[in-house]
Design a protein around this ligand. Structure first.
Ligand SMILES: [Zn+2]
Length: 323
């Protein structure tokens, strides 16, 4: 039916690129994170991802070919369908069906539902190309409700001790989920400007977020929860001499040494990716006859093979014919 070339993920039969990191004529962009979204002449995306990209990047001359979830279209004898990946708002998986079989590219995904993302879906397919970020058995995230309750308790404890609770969370996706969890529990919120920009996009996409303030050095309410992007973005000067309690929101917080690496006091395993059991569950539900892996832990290939699944890692192939 078609072949995929590794690194670039190019579907020959459709002259279509998938999440290419180089600018292309026409590319499916699964979601708005910058490790997947680049400017192309034409981007095939969901309407929500198009909104996110327009707000984040100055891509004035890009054309967005917007496709809603589960509204298939025909191209060169193939049927293409986008459906929810449940990763962040607008994130999509791509299904390509032809005479010889069906193929699904998951992009980043998770299976649990969340407050700010469209519910994820799994479709049966012949060939599955999936991410496997947390493809090792030690990555089992605690139940979402438990993580949310711990985050809320941490914030209350800090405020009661007259310290500012600071949650480090990616500006796109994780931060809005944290806002929904913490603000939804009645906690006052203050967020970084980048998080505010994307919260506006979420609101425009009809995702209800609780009230919050955008961080302003002159008018900062110290009795408020601060949500701030991680990595490289140090806390603003006016906060440096105040008592703060810090936490990072990431699945990697399960790793030994993670808190040292992130430089925070606590870590909460709030992740936008599937954990190990969810990766296995996806394969079980999709029932593919072949699984291809990219973006993640190579060991997962061997774990799937041990379960009798025909699995390969994409990087082992310069080019792969699927049917
Ligand atoms: Zn992502």
């Amino acid at each position: 039916m078609f072949s995929l070339s590794q690194r670039s993920l190019y579907v020959e039969a459709l002259d279509l690129w998938i999440d290419s990191m180089r600018s292309q004529e026409r590319c499916f962009v699964s979601h708005g994170h910058s490790d997947h979204a680049r400017q192309h002449r034409t981007l095939i995306t969901t309407p929500n991802t198009a909104r996110i990209c327009r707000a984040r990047f100055a891509w004035d001359d890009a054309v967005f070919d917007e496709r809603a979830f589960n509204e298939p279209w025909e191209e060169r004898g193939h049927r293409l369908t986008l459906f929810s990946a449940g990763h962040i708002l607008g994130s999509a998986q791509l299904m390509i069906e032809g005479e010889l079989g069906s193929f699904v590219y998951t992009g980043d995904f998770k299976l649990r539902t969340s407050l700010t993302v469209e519910p994820p879906e799994v479709k049966r397919c012949d060939v599955l190309l999936m991410e496997c970020t947390y493809g090792r058995p030690q990555y089992v995230f605690p139940p979402y409700e438990e993580v949310a309750a711990q985050m809320i308790a941490f914030a209350h404890e800090a405020l009661e001790a007259d310290a500012i609770p600071v949650f480090f969370a990616y500006s796109l996706g994780k931060a809005q989920e944290a806002m929904a969890i913490l603000g939804g529990a009645g906690l006052p919120l203050t967020v970084h400007v980048a998080i505010d920009t994307l919260a506006h996009v979420y609101a425009a996409c009809s995702v209800a977020l609780p009230p919050y303030a955008r961080y302003d050095a002159e008018n900062f309410d110290t009795h408020s929860v601060l949500i701030w992007p991680p990595g490289g973005k140090a806390l603003p000067k006016p906060l440096r001499n105040k008592p703060v309690r810090t936490a990072v929101l990431t699945g990697w917080s399960l790793d030994r040494g993670a808190l040292f690496r992130y430089g925070t006091e606590r870590g909460f395993a709030l992740s936008d990716h599937a954990d190990y059991p969810a990766l296995l569950q996806y394969v079980e539900r999709a029932q593919p006859r072949k699984v291809l892996l990219n973006h993640g832990c190579r060991d997962f290939v061997y774990r799937l093979r041990a379960l009798g699944v025909d699995a390969e890692y994409m990087e082992d192939h310069a080019q792969l014919s699927l049917f």
